[in-house]
Design a binder for this molecule. Structure first.
Ligand SMILES: [Zn+2]
Length: 96
């Protein structure tokens, strides 16, 4: 696995992001850049980030996320789907 974003439509160009190590230490070192801790009320999500509804970790992709994307949360091993939440923000729900 090279990115939490497992599948995405390819027809539309997506903005790409350079990720740096966030110091997130609950996954092996080479995956640390793909996750970070949610810092609470003052925090905000970038277009390539979504919060895992299970473990509340922020999942980060090298690509902009869109509704319908399937992503994998390594810290809690959940498979998730990106959805458009109330208020227009991107959220993730557990995929069964
Ligand atoms: Zn999780």
């Amino acid at each position: 696995m090279t990115d939490p974003l497992e599948s995405a439509d390819t027809e539309a160009q997506r903005q790409r992001y350079i990720l740096d190590d966030t110091g997130f230490d609950e996954v092996p070192k080479r995956f640390r850049k793909f996750y970070r801790k949610w810092r609470g009320a003052g925090d905000s999500l970038a277009p390539n980030e979504v919060v895992c509804p299970v473990c509340k970790v922020v999942i980060r992709s090298t690509r902009e996320l869109r509704p319908g994307d399937r992503i994998y949360c390594m810290p809690c091993m959940s498979r998730l789907i990106v959805v458009r939440g109330d208020g227009g923000r991107l959220e993730a729900t557990v995929a069964y």
